[in-house]
Design a protein. Structure first.
Length: 315
């Protein structure tokens, strides 16, 4: 595609007999954030993460990490980055069936050439971190799906990666186990503060886990923003369909719905409060309630704004 300056149109691709898996996608991942990438099947989300990690090589563009373009990394440099800087967890757990839990978790350290005592000590630490203490000698076939995924998570964390890539890691789990693993993931992130790129097709999962959400369609990034902005200001009908049944009460803040009109009162509401936490108070109040930020009144919120926030302007 050099004849199109690395940016062919859909018509150019079709004329050449190609399908663009990921096209014209550019974004930054902030240190310590959880960036959720989502879209329907075939939207390009999994291909995107495989391009970032160079499991698939893009035909053009740059993937910048620590000031260097990963597309220019030599095979040995790329292996070193994957072994020491990146952790990866995929939908199929990829555990080695002939190894027990401890050996599975220690495996990437074994590949690095770390001595047995040191790698097993680190593996035990990771096993404890994900709540599998006492199961170190179990084999994968003796574990539930959720426990197997915990082993996969522990293994990916054993190398203490700077960036953690997860490709639909919970989608094969039953709903209750999936919710449990999401809670476990939140707990781990509060402790570890990793930089995370997480692929999902579930908007509620994206909202629950993510700081920002990127929504893909036909290989392109349609919108990337906070959950709140995507719910309140979807870029198009495709994005709006994803967020149509989103739990506004757990996503939208008072700041996003408030009026700039001033109000008086002795018990103001903090601007960063989720509307679900204060909805009853606002809806049962005869007058708008002042909204404050850092102690200063910045506006007010009343019944009309709260109803719009909970149900949308067309609700």
């Amino acid at each position: 595609m050099a004849s199109h300056n690395g940016n062919p149109t859909p018509e150019d691709l079709a004329a050449s007999g190609y399908i663009g898996a990921v096209q014209d996608v550019s974004f930054d991942v902030h240190e310590g954030e959880i960036l959720m990438i989502m879209g329907l099947s075939g939207s390009g989300k999994s291909t995107l993460i495989r391009c970032i990690t160079r499991l698939n090589d893009p035909t053009t563009g740059e993937i910048e990490y620590e000031g260097k373009d990963l597309l220019k990394a030599t095979p040995s440099e790329l292996i070193d980055i994957r072994r020491h800087k990146m952790g990866m967890v995929f939908q199929n757990f990829g555990l080695l069936p002939n190894r027990d839990v401890l050996s599975n978790v220690a495996f990437p350290l074994e590949v690095q050439g770390i001595a047995k005592a040191a790698r097993e000590a680190k593996a035990r630490e990771m096993v404890n971190l994900v709540g599998l203490e006492g199961r170190e000698a179990y084999f994968p076939r003796e574990l539930s799906g959720g426990q197997q995924q915990r082993v996969g998570i522990a293994r990916s964390l054993a190398v203490e990666p700077d960036i953690w890539f997860l490709d639909e890691p919970f989608s094969a789990l039953d709903p209750l186990i999936r919710a449990e693993m999401q809670d476990e993931f939140i707990r781990l992130q509060k402790m570890l503060k990793k930089t995370i790129v997480f692929i999902t097709h579930d908007f509620e999962e994206a909202v629950k886990l993510g700081d920002r959400i990127g929504i893909m369609k036909d290989g392109r990034m349609v919108q990337m923003d906070t959950p709140e902005q995507i719910v309140l200001h979807p870029a198009n009908d495709y994005v709006a369909e994803f967020s149509r049944n989103a739990p506004h009460e757990r996503i939208v803040t008072v700041r996003a719905i408030m009026s700039e009109a001033q109000a008086e009162g002795d018990n103001p509401i903090e601007a960063h409060s989720l509307i679900g936490k204060v909805a009853k108070r606002v809806l049962t109040s005869d007058a708008p309630i002042p909204v404050i930020d850092k102690g200063a009144i910045i506006g007010s919120v009343g019944r009309a704004q709260m109803l719009d926030g909970l149900f949308g302007r067309d609700g």
